[in-house]
Design a protein around this ligand. Structure first.
Ligand code: SF4
Length: 180
């Protein structure tokens, strides 16, 4: 576990239930897949949905890097955290093999990408008079993102790492993040 994390652990759940791990991952996956769908018609080049392709590559790269730079130094490395990613990290990377500062920057992915997806899709939908299906998925994307707040908060509120994990939704002392 990263040294900078050790002193900031708090009381929490040791092993999260599998159904909540699956539920949270399905929710995240659904938002990423819908984002790919919304990006599909926005930029077509040589008959290829360029934005969707870039999005898939970006999600894969960022998610793998997060498992290295955040999760390899986490208390839940090789354990089942509320996302289960500590187990994925231990299968892919050595313990403490990442850089927490890089992990913190990578975590911005969760904050920056939803508004970008929303704004680009809205612009596309208005300019091109998108069909009902496109609007339905756009509304679903917004709904799932709104739904993810309380669900993520619930998971984070039971996490040993909630005061220091860069992705924590319940951090009480924001300065801890900048101290990593
Ligand atoms: S609590 Fe956060 S940093 Fe730790 S393993 Fe789970 S997802 Fe990764």
């Amino acid at each position: 576990m990263y040294r900078c994390y050790k002193s900031k652990n708090v009381e929490g759940v040791e092993l999260f239930p599998i159904f909540s791990v699956i539920g949270e991952n399905l929710l995240l996956l659904a938002t990423w897949v819908i984002a790919g769908y919304l990006f599909w018609p926005v930029w077509i080049l040589f008959n290829l949905p360029m934005l969707t392709i870039i999005w898939i590559v970006l999600v894969l790269i960022i998610q793998v890097l997060l498992k290295k730079h955040n999760c390899s130094g986490c208390y839940y490395y090789d354990k089942r955290c509320h996302l289960g990613w500590g187990k994925i990290s231990s299968a892919l990377f050595e313990q403490d093999s990442g850089d927490p500062n890089v992990g913190m920057k990578l975590s911005l992915f969760y904050i920056i990408t939803p508004p970008i997806v929303l704004i680009l899709s809205l612009i596309y939908a208005f300019i091109n008079s998108a069909d009902t299906a496109y609007w339905a998925f756009l509304i679903l994307f917004i709904a799932l993102n709104v739904l993810s707040f309380p669900i993520r908060k619930h998971g984070c509120s039971k996490c040993v790492m909630r005061e220091v994990c860069p992705g924590s939704a319940v951090k009480t002392n924001e300065n801890d993040a900048s101290a990593i």
